[in-house]
Design a protein around this ligand. Sequence first.
Ligand code: PRP
Length: 205
Amino acid sequence: MPARDLAQAKPLPVPKQWQKEIESLLITEDQIAARVAEMTAEIQRDFKGRELVVVSLLTGTVLFLADLIRHLELPLRLDFMGVSSYGGGTESGDLVFTKELRLDVAGRDVLLVDDILDTGKTMDRVLAKLFVLRPRRIKTCVLLDKPSRRVEKVQADYVGFTIPDKFVVGYGLDFAERYRNLPFVGVLHPKVYRQHARTLPRKKR
Ligand code: PRP
């Protein structure tokens, strides 16, 4: 099933306690749950009972990963790679690997999970690193896709939602390590990142 395209989505009301920091609600908890269930079913069909190595990128995938694999009726092993972009105020920050893979993926079916595909630099670098390890095949899965921001020629096999070029947080996605715990995906109020811009290294997105 194709990704749900939210390019023209009407902003939804934000829960009261978040109204100061979140400008609008882009994807509700229920919409996420419904789409993640569809993605799980699709992955299950495609891999037809084969054992998977799920490689999840830290840290933004925490909530998505938990929901995605919870109902996945396939044998799987789980591992994480740590990769972060530190822009130092710019958008083209260097990628830093903070945790390497521990499981052997040679000859294995790999499902690479990330929260958002933005410029594609992270996915591109990680795929290059994984291909060297000679897996049987790699499929990629992201909750969110912002195709308008793409720099690298990369796309995901499973996409939850295609979204406009807005700074989104929640359901694992952060700004300055905050807002990961929101159960929905919302658009961060520009005043929040303007306030932080002078004091914190700004992460892209
Ligand atoms: C974010 C996100 C993706 C990456 C996507 O990671 O989790 O991995 O950026 O951007 P790209 O397509 O432009 O490379 P971030 O470095 O913010 O780390 P985090 O997951 O810990 O928030």
